[in-house]
Design a protein around this ligand. Structure first.
Ligand code: SAM
Length: 460
């Protein structure tokens, strides 16, 4: 195949490669006669022999055939299904080096998507975890069936084969235990499992969430239809085998979709939510609401937001993409006013409750899109001094960026889970804003995900 540079790489061709860096998805990146080659599982500094598995117009993908020179940072992955499951991408890299590579991924993104002088930017060392395992407070495992056995796990890397995961190394032990026991119950009671192809069967996904500080557990059964056969027995067995369960909920998703949750949620037993504590704050979490997956690191991340905001008590602050209001409430006793918005109405209800239970009277939460709500507030004469944004991976909407450029708040604190969109948004803002520093915080050890808190200030 002829590429832009006129380089030919054939499918299945075998060739040697030096790995130069890690790509944004954790793959090794090398250059074969100037053509970019992505190699999952390869590490910077390694000399490998690879076989081309996919040819794209601008790059090739390849798999490792042989490692000729190993990285000194290569380690044995802990998880027995690491090679098959797509959940983690960096278990084979020593944790200290993972932290360095994550910082490097931010640098690469800024280099690619901005015109900034990268060497002059203050990109700080990644804040890591003391124990980078068992940190995830929530699991969403697809359910399947093979030879009468119920499976629950994730779809394999580049395949649609369900990998049965019993003890996920990055999941909190209570979520592992809960998934495994619910799976057992479904198997024993022969509850029909949903089949994606035939679109028959009922149980699609088991979602578990634990309040790491409170020990409270929520189980969500995602089903293709309203009726669940033997529902009372299922609930009884869940409560018997998992005494920490505070909430059992059903969510109905009859659509042919990759989205996990459907619109309708039905309480089955106990409360509709569980409680979780972060620092001095308590939160009620309902099934569909977003809550950071790594509570230990969330405290460090939110403290970074607090440090960057450096509030004096007089500022009007926007908590855009607020979820259940966590970041705003972290700042509320140092601000004149906090206003937050989120597209999930349940999150806004939870945010209001969370503000009320802590006695905050300087908060306001509105359901809807950040890009639509902020312009409305501004139109009514309300101008923020500090805007905190914590968008999904897609980054900030163009309309929100334009509003920020027009309204010119002094400070923008950008919490990002995607360095590419962060870099693109920084470039869009660069006519009026400058990056003071970027602080990476490792929210997802063993994976290639990179989270950071950027302090971006209005240029005077
Ligand atoms: C990364 S989460 C951050 C939540 C929260 N700041 C936290 O730390 O828990 C992103 C949130 O943005 C919300 N969201 C997605 N698109 C949105 C939009 N256009 N406007 C407002 N909220 C949005 C999602 O529902 C989700 O709660």
């Amino acid at each position: 195949m002829k590429t832009e540079q006129g380089i030919k790489i054939q499918l299945n061709q075998t060739f040697p490669l030096t790995i130069k860096r890690l790509g944004i998805n954790g793959e090794g990146v090398g250059y074969f006669k100037k053509q970019v080659v992505f190699v999952p599982g390869a590490l910077p500094g390694e000399e490998v022999v690879v076989e081309a598995t996919k040819i794209n117009p601008k790059f090739a993908e390849a798999k490792i055939k042989k490692i000729r020179i190993k990285s000194p940072h290569r380690v044995q992955p802990l998880c027995p299904v690491y090679d098959q499951c797509g959940g983690c991408q960096l278990q084979h890299l020593h944790y200290d080096q993972q932290l360095k590579e994550k910082r490097d991924i931010i640098l690469q993104s800024l280099e690619r998507h901005t015109k900034l002088a990268i060497d002059k930017l203050d990109i700080r060392e990644t804040i890591g975890m003391e124990d980078p395992w068992g940190y995830r407070n929530k699991s969403s495992f697809q359910v399947g069936q093979k030879d009468g056995k119920v499976l629950a796990g994730l779809y394999g890397l580049n395949s649609h084969q369900l990998i049965d995961i019993d003890q996920c190394a990055v999941q909190h032990s209570q979520t592992n235990e809960a998934t495994s026991k619910v799976k057992q119950i479904l198997e024993e009671l022969r509850i029909p499992i949903y089949n994606e192809k035939s679109r028959k069967g009922i149980i699609r996904t088991i979602v578990t969430r634990v309040g790491v500080q409170t020990g409270e557990l929520q189980i969500v059964l995602i089903t293709s239809q309203n009726e669940i056969p033997k529902m009372e027995i299922i609930i009884e067995e869940i409560q018997k085998r998992l005494p920490n369960v505070k909430s059992v909920v059903q969510n109905i998703n009859g659509q042919k979709t990759s989205l996990i949750f459907g619109e309708e949620t039905v309480p089955l037993a106990g409360e509709e939510f569980i409680q979780e504590t972060l620092g001095d704050l308590q939160f009620e979490l309902s099934a569909r609401t977003f809550f950071q997956l790594n509570p230990v690191q969330t405290i460090k991340l939110y403290n970074e937001v607090k440090k960057a905001a450096a509030l004096t008590g007089n500022e009007k602050v926007v908590d855009a993409y607020c979820g259940v209001g966590t970041i705003g409430l972290w700042l509320a006793n140092q601000a004149a006013e906090i206003r937050g918005m989120d597209v999930i109405p349940e999150s806004i209800e939870d945010a209001k409750k969370n503000a009320k239970r802590h006695g905050f009277t300087n908060t306001k939460y509105v359901p809807g899109k950040a890009e639509e709500i902020l312009p409305k507030w501004v139109k009514k004469g309300w101008k923020p001094d500090v805007v905190v944004v914590d968008p999904p991976r897609t980054g900030l909407d163009g309309q929100l960026l334009q509003t920020i450029l027009q309204v010119k708040p002094e400070k923008l604190i950008y919490v990002s889970c995607n360095p590419s969109t962060l870099a693109k948004d920084i470039q869009t803002l660069s006519s009026k804003y400058e990056v003071k520093y970027i602080q990476p915080v490792d929210m997802f050890p063993q994976t290639a995900h990179v989270e950071c808190c950027a302090l971006i200030k209005l240029i005077k």
